[in-house]
Ligand binder design. Structure first.
Ligand code: NDP
Length: 274
């Protein structure tokens, strides 16, 4: 019998995690079965307990349950505490353990797959929701010259910048009040792309030859990726690589084995296109 893993979310039908983890299992030869489980809001804790009682070994957690997963985890990694949310759960004895691999996934995609250096770069992070919260710490670990968080609701950007103030040069601004100053890198962690929208960005926000990274991903270039291309970005990409890298880190935590990701990113890109 393979070991059981799953992703829980609401909605969940769109999730690419089963595709990714089944590829990791095939590539590493690990006896892993992976499914997507739809959970109604309010039922998360019960669903996790049921999964565990049925012999489940670990879970990925997506919208809207990452904060509940954080509260549920009795033992949390430093990354989870920093992010205040959990996207990876596993069970050790009677304990529920939690980690957050989203920020790791972004930085791994940037630095290893795309060969982009964060050190000494000026970085603009759009959004202050769950995804943004997960990536601020790992971005600051890359020693940017500065990290500016811009959000539609300014108070959330201020709270987030305050939370990380002792960890690096981070500040906050209202999205609508962004001045036209060129950043080396703009990371879109808003949910705008999911609705086919582009956050309001003044011309000149990204320097020519800079990096535009959308954490959202889609079969077609997102509005933000198109915006980056129009600004003359050297790299304008969506977050498919981040998705695969955060999954690989979860797989490594569960199986103590690091799967190769390049072929899975390519396969997922082809799968999306079809
Ligand atoms: P949340 O709902 O927690 O946060 C949404 C954020 O987007 C808020 O900051 C919100 O601003 C902002 N926002 C929403 N709509 C707009 C808009 N039209 N214009 C400007 N700002 C907007 O979502 P998440 O943080 O969980 O997800 C954000 C994105 O990250 C999604 O696209 C998701 O797919 C992606 N993601 C990708 C991952 C990957 O592995 N590639 C992993 C996790 C997330 P306000 O505070 O004002 O409401």
């Amino acid at each position: 019998m393979p070991d059981r893993y799953a992703v829980m979310g609401h909605p969940i039908a769109h999730s690419k995690s089963p595709f990714i983890h089944r590829r990791f299992a095939a590539e590493t030869g690990e006896p892993v079965a992976y499914e997507a489980i739809h959970v109604e809001p309010g039922d998360f804790r019960t669903a996790v307990e049921r999964f565990r009682a049925a012999g489940g070994c670990g879970l990925n957690v997506t919208i809207p349950f990452k904060e509940e997963a954080y509260a549920l985890a009795g033992r949390r990694s430093e990354r989870a505490d920093r992010a205040g949310s959990v996207n990876t759960l596993w069970f050790e004895g009677t304990e529920v353990c939690g980690d957050n691999t989203d920020g790791f996934g972004l930085v791994r995609d940037l630095t290893r797959n795309l060969a982009i250096d964060i050190e000494a770069r000026s970085v603009l992070l759009l959004g202050a929701g769950g995804a943004a919260r997960g990536v601020v710490g790992p971005l600051l670990d890359g020693l940017p010259q500065r990290l500016v968080i811009a959000n539609r609701t300014m108070s959330r950007a201020v709270d987030l910048a305050r939370h990380f103030a002792n960890q690096g040069p981070v500040s906050a601004v209202a999205l609508g009040a962004l001045a036209a100053e060129p950043f080396d890198m703009v990371v879109n962690a808003t949910a705008a792309s999911l609705a086919g929208d582009l956050p309001p960005l003044p011309p000149g926000t990204l320097r020519t030859g800079g990096v535009a990274y959308d954490t959202a991903y889609a079969a077609q270039p997102t509005p933000f990726v198109r915006w980056g291309e129009a600004q003359g970005a050297a790299v304008a990409t969506d977050g498919l690589g981040m998705l695969v890298e955060q999954a690989a880190e979860a797989f490594r935590i569960w199986r103590r084995m690091e799967p190769r990701t390049r072929s899975v990113i390519d396969a997922l890109r082809a799968h999306l296109a079809s």
